[in-house]
Design a protein around this ligand. Structure first.
Ligand SMILES: [Fe+2]
Length: 167
């Protein structure tokens, strides 16, 4: 049985996924925010860290509406590639601390320009823009867990989400 906390989260995500496309990333981040940090949210879900790399765990896939939500499990020291996005995206921290570094394109590479600590309850979002570049990292000493929603069905995640940059 789905935990009521998950059901409420998924209902708010579904509502945000119907907002105008040019502001959907912002609405999605706002939809995630009130749910984050609730210990019940991931209760009963299997979201283990993988010692080899950060790991996505599917939370909900809605191919008709064109989005999917995942939990990402980050062991200490794990990080995403430096990347922009083919699609809108939003994420928030459920547990632990993450560091989000922003970059600007500089020729064919990406140069860091700023860095923010993301704590439980914090959200971030971006429109579909390969030049809106960031990297998320767990630079702490404990595992971290974050919720992410992307504007493509789950079976398109491999090619339809990240645009990887050299940094
Ligand atoms: Fe990203």
């Amino acid at each position: 049985m789905t935990h009521p906390a998950i059901s409420r989260l998924l209902a708010d995500i579904a509502t945000a996924a119907r907002t105008p496309i040019d502001a959907r990333d912002r609405h999605m981040a706002a939809a995630l925010a009130p749910h984050l940090g609730d210990p019940a949210l991931l209760q009963g879900l299997e979201c283990p860290c993988n010692p080899d790399r950060y790991t996505r765990h599917l939370l909900h896939n809605d191919p008709e509406a064109g989005y999917a939500a995942v939990v990402i499990a980050w062991a200490p020291g794990q990080m995403s590639p430096v990347h922009g996005h083919h699609t809108w995206c939003a994420f928030g921290v459920q547990h632990g601390w993450l560091t989000e570094t922003f970059f600007r394109p500089d020729g064919g590479t990406a140069r860091p320009i700023s860095c923010l600590c993301r704590r439980p309850g914090d959200v971030s979002h971006a429109a579909a823009d390969p030049a809106a570049i960031h990297r998320i990292a767990n630079l702490g000493t404990e595992p971290a867990f974050s919720l992410h929603v992307y504007g493509v069905p789950y079976d398109r995640f491999a090619q339809g989400v990240n645009v990887v940059w050299a940094a």
